[in-house]
Design a protein around this ligand. Structure first.
Ligand code: NAD
Length: 444
């Protein structure tokens, strides 16, 4: 027996007849890999903030590069008896504050530089929210849509075997990322536990609930984003019922953000997916949109005015929430953005050039390293629960999450006020200060 995406037990026979999309619910991503040179972009950002906060150049040198980047081949037997060789990576960026932490993505556009950049961002993200982890990231150059479920399982298990010597609850804790999910984590934890000769649940997070996953992990990124929205509303004195919100992307992150925002009284007036935007200036019925997306595969069938896919970005709203793709807000569309606040729920949705345009227009951009850190925070809770062998109800998970997100937001605003930094610079500055302190304490 094995766990499916629905976290119910299915038989091996059933599994053999299923399509890979049914097993892991892989959304077909149009956006593809990250922007042109992600590592250069990440380093440019980091160096600029380090300079601004007067970080010692030696410390920056120590922090900047990953501690280790492992590149390896994965040999996978196909169902027809032939073999395919894939390339895999694991970048362990920095563990001064705790074990490396970060997801594993399966995508044809994965590159070593992309994995390195993402691992650096994980180091920053964990420090921004003050959870005791460093940063890591992994990936395989593969289009999982072209694999059968059995081939996908063999690839996942091969990946776990390849990284087994360098991962573990106190070393490096992987999780799902693009095109990987709870089922894949279940295969990986099973493989790793076999190798270790003992159950080692805390080596991976994002597992199915029945295999040590945390309550609330599925909703965590959206939930944490709405905690940030609440802090933003409190700080800038916005009344939820008069605050209009438009959300780009209605996958895991966007749909949960919309659900919680609507439940808490914000006026979610527009949501979009790859097929288009649905708009109602009086506020959408988000429950109906969720149902429509589930039944028809797109939000565009829900009630409301139908607009073009990218129109969601230029609507006259208070808060714009990019929750789909890297580089969604770029030089070509930044000028047209009318929102006063952008909450970055996707990773890297605003390019460096676009942010300059937005800042000139007075738009406040709440950066991804804070806004979408709810996911990794609940991954941390999962690791804690695995190690305690004691599991918390969802309400407790969300209450603890809210406290962490609110504190990180307040720390960012304190830096904005004190140093006149942008929100992104302030969040980076706080993270760098924490990382540098840990690095420094380890130096002789
Ligand atoms: P997902 O694949 O579940 O959803 C993506 C959504 O974006 C889909 O609704 C898709 O239709 C939509 N989309 C694709 N292209 C679009 C376009 N051009 N215009 C409008 N919508 C488009 O992905 P997700 O897990 O919700 O992740 C979204 C973003 O959030 C990614 O950048 C991811 O890296 C980031 N993120 C996710 C998590 C998490 O816990 N899932 C955590 C942190 C960051």
């Amino acid at each position: 027996m094995i766990y499916s995406k629905l976290q119910v037990l299915i038989s091996i026979d059933e599994l053999a007849t299923m399509k890979v999309e049914e097993v892991i619910k892989i959304p077909k991503r149009k956006g593809g890999p990250m922007s042109l040179n992600p590592w250069q972009e990440a380093v440019t950002n980091l160096e600029a903030v380090a300079k601004q906060i007067g970080l010692d150049e030696n410390l920056l040198k120590i922090i900047e590069k990953p501690d280790r980047v492992l590149e390896f081949k994965l040999v996978v037997k196909k169902d027809d008896g032939s073999y395919t060789v894939f390339t895999g990576f694991r970048s362990q960026h920095n563990n001064a504050r705790g074990p490396y932490k970060g997801g594993i993505r399966f995508h044809p556009g994965v590159t070593k530089e992309e994995v390195m950049a993402l691992s650096l961002w994980m180091t920053l993200k964990c420090a921004v929210v003050g959870i005791p982890y460093g940063g890591g990231k992994g990936g395989v150059i593969v289009d999982p849509h072209k694999l059968s479920p059995a081939e996908l399982e063999r690839l996942s298990r091969a990946y776990a075997r390849a990284v087994a010597p360098i991962i573990g609850p106190d070393k490096d804790v992987p999780a799902p990322d693009v095109n990987t999910n709870a089922q894949i984590m279940a295969w990986m934890v099973d493989e790793y536990s076999h190798l270790k000769g003992e159950l080692s649940l805390a080596t991976f997070t994002g597992k199915p609930i029945e295999m040590g996953g945390s309550q609330g992990r599925t909703e965590a990124t959206g939930r944490g984003g709405v905690d940030v929205l609440n802090s933003l509303a409190k700080y800038y004195k916005l009344s939820p019922k008069e605050t209009t919100v438009a959300i780009q992307g209605f996958g895991n992150v966007g749909s949960w953000f919309a659900t919680f925002a609507a439940q808490e009284g914000y006026k979610v007036v527009a949501v979009s997916d790859s097929r288009g935007t649905i708009y109602n200036p009086q506020g959408l019925d988000i429950e109906e949109v969720v149902k429509t997306k589930k039944e028809k595969g797109s939000v565009t069938g829900a009630s409301g005015e139908k607009l073009g896919r990218d129109d969601v970005l230029s609507l006259d709203v208070d808060v714009l929430v990019p929750a789909a793709l890297e580089g969604a807000i770029n030089e070509t569309n930044a000028e047209g953005i009318k929102a006063k606040y952008v909450i970055e729920m996707a990773n890297g949705p605003t390019t460096v050039e676009a942010e300059k345009i937005l800042l000139k227009k007075g738009v406040k951009v709440i950066p991804d390293v804070l806004a979408n850190a709810g996911g990794v925070t609940v991954s941390y809770f999962e690791w804690v629960q695995n190690r305690q062998g004691y599991y918390w109800p969802k309400a407790e998970v969300f209450a603890k999450l809210e406290k962490i997100m609110a504190q990180a937001f307040d720390e960012m605003m304190a830096k904005v006020e004190e140093k006149g930094l942008t929100h992104r610079q302030a969040a980076y500055a706080n993270a760098l200060t924490k990382i540098a302190a840990a690095v420094k304490q380890r130096l002789s």
